[in-house]
Write a new protein. Structure first.
Length: 246
């Protein structure tokens, strides 16, 4: 199957779904990783153009560890909005990658870019199969893809309340590759230390992954929710692919 993971910034996907994507890649599925932005605001040392180039290269190196392709949608940090032009750009990426399954950001999260990405991807999944919507050089999708939301960061909404996943994937077997993927984003560590006060985001990621896995009886886990809205497909395709890890 073709699986598209699309989130706002370089490193979001590794933190929230890197272990699951590694499992799916190991099964032989075709993985595409898309970030909406190149992380152009994520530096106090480099210009937007300089840090964007650095972070695109880091994201591509991370994706390469599991044999995935990397695409940047070339929005800009804090400038992702749910409007027609943006929706058409995301629909074009869907047509380029032709996914059967789409994993994207939580509709409720701590950051506007995450929430806007979720809305854009949801609606682009609806529009990408429509032949007369956003015509491009790539064919429309055969149908609306299966859509899943990753956890919000730390598993919390904006008020600190828990956001419960529909299911948790046991990523113990691929946690080492998940950590190696995140470690590719070296420039992000320096930025998070300055802006977020997080000194070692690898340790933070490990703590969050342990916390998500614990209630399911796993050492390390990643949570997902299937989008239940009409008329998106409701067969548990991702759950079935990962049945041995749930």
């Amino acid at each position: 199957m073709r699986i598209l993971a699309i989130h706002a910034h370089p490193d979001d996907i590794e933190i929230l779904a890197g272990g699951t994507l590694a499992l799916l890649a190991r099964q032989g599925h075709q993985i595409s990783i898309v970030t909406m932005t190149p992380g152009d605001c994520g530096s106090s040392e480099h210009s937007p153009e300089e840090i964007a180039a650095i972070r695109r290269a880091e994201a591509a190196a991370s994706a390469k560890l599991i044999g995935a392709e990397y695409i940047c949608a070339e929005f800009r940090d804090l400038s992702i909005f749910s409007d027609d032009e943006s929706r058409r750009r995301v629909a074009a990426i869907l047509r380029k990658t032709q996914p059967d399954i789409v994993l994207t950001s939580s509709p409720v999260d701590y950051l506007c870019d995450h929430e806007a990405t979720s809305m854009l991807v949801r609606d682009a999944c609806f529009g990408a199969p429509a032949r007369n919507y956003a015509p491009s050089g790539d064919p429309p999708l055969a149908g609306i893809p299966h859509l899943y939301f990753m956890d919000p960061i730390e598993g919390h909404d904006r008020e600190g309340g828990d956001v419960s996943p529909h299911f948790v994937v046991n990523v113990g077997e691929t946690f080492a590759i998940k950590k190696a993927m995140l470690a590719c984003h070296d420039s992000q560590r320096r930025w998070l230390k300055t802006h977020h006060g997080i000194d070692d985001y690898l340790d933070s990621m490990e703590q969050w992954t342990r916390k998500r896995g614990a209630p399911a009886g796993f050492e390390f886990g990643e949570g997902f929710r299937r989008y239940l809205g009409h008329p998106y497909p409701q067969t548990p395709v991702l759950e079935d692919l990962l049945r041995d890890y749930r």
